[in-house]
Design a protein around this ligand. Structure first.
Ligand code: FAD
Length: 401
């Protein structure tokens, strides 16, 4: 009998498992993948606030040692002007390949005392009087296995088996809005997190492990059918038109891997019930255009591990603790979710946004703060507060005074 079984061993699952093990709990972590392995479809930029968590957990030095350079700045090129700078605090972000990051996380979980089974697929849950009390799964050899636990945590991504089996309700659902096609290039140096907005598309890129640059183009969901008919042609055409400076650097580079791409939906799921909880993409998913999924998975891992500790230690009831987890997750996630979904339309900026971007041009302090929205070191309510808007525009937006 385990205190917790965690299903899914990547950024949300390994983090949750290691945090629970470090609090003294007996944890089983399972994943149907073998490690190290890349996730089929994900870029991997980790913002400053996510990196701060890796540092706190004592794992950052392993990412740094993986031949992955720090990324200290943002570079948003709007054609007529460029906004560039570093969010406060100006520590580096990193974008380790998932085959690197997820292996580091899983090894850290093992070192923290977590029992790990890879190539292990969960297909059913064990129930007792309406309460989840374990898992049914199959290991590498294919033999059926039952494991019991006080709580089962679904960290099994957007197609979560756990969420489906418990019937977790979805809310704030939005359809797919955009999605990238990306690949890895040698011989191209990036200036930071580069972004080149176009009309219903946007080119982006940054450095990752082993001197490779990840370079992608996000296309509006409505255009994906057309884009798929000639991915390379549409990708290079968009970069050539919207990011000529990047296109020039790519002339001297070489594409090293195949293109990967597609779209994802946007949703929140109720992340707890009797004997179960959800964390990471299993619990909520938003468009990847702001690259927040890993950073958010780390945050939710801390929140859910604290809640489960509070419940299992008898500090408060598990249900109460997990309800507080949902509230706190949503309090921080909702504003960025709406902001992300707005950006993910890839529509030309609204007049208000154009006015804001124009006002930021030449104001380094506020530009850095703006980038802090993406890095999650500045909150949306703080940035858009009337006092801050007054600082940016030099007058009160409502009274004009
Ligand atoms: C195109 C794209 C680009 C992205 N770019 C970024 C980015 O730059 N930065 C960023 O922070 N985020 C990005 N994201 C989001 C990020 O990939 C996710 O938020 C993150 O992977 C969520 O981690 P997770 O641990 O919750 O789930 P996942 O990483 O999906 O891991 C789930 C794990 O569960 C396992 N699993 C599933 N079902 C079972 C089962 N039944 N039994 C056993 N194991 C199971 C799977 O094998 C998998 O290993 C991007 C996403 C997309 C789609």
């Amino acid at each position: 009998m385990y205190d917790a079984v965690v299903v899914g061993a990547r950024c949300a699952g390994s983090s949750t498992a290691l945090l629970l093990a470090r609090k003294g709990y007996k944890v089983l972590l399972v994943d149907r993948s073998a490690f190290p392995s890349d996730l089929a479809f994900s870029t991997h930029y980790i913002h400053q606030s996510g990196i701060a968590r890796l540092k706190r957990w004592g794992i950052l030095d392993r990412v740094v040692a993986s031949n992955c350079p720090p990324i200290t700045g943002f570079y948003f090129d709007f054609g007529s002007f460029v906004l560039s700078g570093s969010p406060p605090p100006a520590d580096g972000a990193y974008a380790p390949r998932r085959k690197v990051l997820d292996a580091i996380l899983i090894n850290a979980a093992i070192a923290s005392g977590v029992e790990v089974r890879t190539r292990f697929s969960v297909d059913e849950l064990l129930w007792d009087d309406g309460r989840v009390c374990g898992i049914h799964g199959r290991g590498n050899g294919g033999s059926a296995v039952v494991e019991k636990a006080q709580i089962v945590i679904g960290a099994d991504g957007m197609r979560s088996t756990v969420a489906r089996l418990v019937g977790a309700t979805e809310y704030n659902v939005k359809p797919p809005l955009q999605g990238p096609y990306f690949s890895y290039w040698s011989g191209v140096q990036m200036k930071g997190f580069e972004f080149y907005p176009g009309s219903y598309r946007g080119a982006f890129g940054w450095m990752t492990n082993d001197g490779l640059a990840l370079i992608g183009v996000g296309f509006a969901a409505k255009d994906h059918l057309t884009v798929r008919s000639d991915i390379e042609g549409n990708y290079l055409h968009a970069i050539g038109e919207d990011a000529p400076d990047l296109a020039e650097r790519m002339q001297n580079g070489h594409r090293e891997e195949r293109f990967v791409g597609g779209v994802v939906p946007n949703y929140f799921r109720k992340p707890f019930g009797m004997g179960w909880a959800l964390v990471g993409d299993a619990g909520y998913l938003k468009d990847p255009c702001t690259a927040e999924g890993i950073t958010d998975a780390f945050h939710s891992a801390e929140l859910v591990a604290d809640a489960i500790d509070s419940g299992l230690s008898g500090h408060q009831s598990l249900d109460q603790a997990l309800e507080a987890y949902e509230q706190e997750r949503n309090r921080t996630a909702f504003p960025l979710y709406e902001f992300t979904c707005q950006l993910a339309t890839l529509a030309p900026p609204t007049p208000e946004m154009q006015q804001l971007l124009g006002a930021l041009n030449g104001n380094q302090e506020q530009t850095n703060k703006f980038f802090g929205l993406f890095a999650q070191t500045v909150s949306l309510p703080e940035f858009f507060a009337p006092e801050n808007m007054q600082k940016i525009y030099g007058r009160d937006q409502h009274t004009g005074a």
